[in-house]
Design a protein around this ligand. Sequence first.
Ligand code: HEC
Ligand code: HEC
Length: 231
Amino acid sequence: MNLNLHRISALVLWFAVAIPGLAGAAEAAAAKKVDIAKGEQIVAAQCAACHTTDGNSAIPANPKLAGQHAAYIYKQLNNFVAKDGKPAERANGVMSSMAAPLSDDDMHNVAAYFAAQTMKIGAAKAGKASAELGQKIYRGGIAEKNVAACAACHGPTGAGIPAQFPRLGGQHAEYTEAQLKAFRDASYTEEQRKAMTNAAPRKNGPQMASIAARMTDAEIKAVADYIAGLK
Ligand code: HEC
Ligand code: HEC
């Protein structure tokens, strides 16, 4: 009886401590607001030369960041930085030197700022046959090679799903093509890569590596061109 009472009072105590504790944690998360104005300042001073102030870069090698999900941008900024003696998962000299000096808060701030901008959708340019192939791959994948439909993860309009799958729709075709090849390069062994002259593996997207590994250059080009005009 005594023991039972102890249990009950212990339970009451747990509720008394745990519930306000949970509420406190939620409040703390809400209170740690991102500072979009600070993000804008950093972008104007450090990023705009390549990505423009509104995130709609004019140069096709530089990705558009406008409307990209904040969680994805934040992840990439972290992936560009070498950590704990390990090389960066996503190797890019320029972006590594841009991301490394940013504090964790500022990575969140610039991510929130770019996410709040509006993506200017591009256009497919490679002609009808390419557009048809690109659309077929995007919507249905390549069944005979076990390549999943891009739409399954990135959404029918390329909007992605926040925190999980990046937005693709409207992106520069040249950039998308380069990333698909970089994901594909990451699927090769070190030995195979030594024999390749311009391999630039992007190791931070293992799901994408196995998809891109089964795609030819022509298929990559077609789907990248289709994505540029996707909305
Ligand atoms: C000198 C040009 C340059 C500057 C300045 C620059 N970037 Fe970049 N950025 C690039 C290039 C080029 C890439 C593509 C890298 C690759 O191919 O992997 C890129 C990629 C990115 C990506 C990955 C996007 C994606 O879709 O995966 C993010 C995020 C990013 N930049 C954010 C920033 C931020 C934030 C700043 C400022 C602090 C900045 N960049 C400054 C050239 C630049
Ligand atoms: C199983 C889910 C899945 C499927 C299917 C998929 N992707 Fe992805 N994709 C991802 C994930 C996850 C990432 C983010 C990787 C990271 O965190 O860097 C990504 C990233 C990308 C990126 C990089 C975007 C950027 O801004 O740098 C491109 C390009 C891309 N995918 C294209 C495609 C294409 C084209 C297809 C279809 C042939 C496809 N994906 C199918 C999950 C998927």
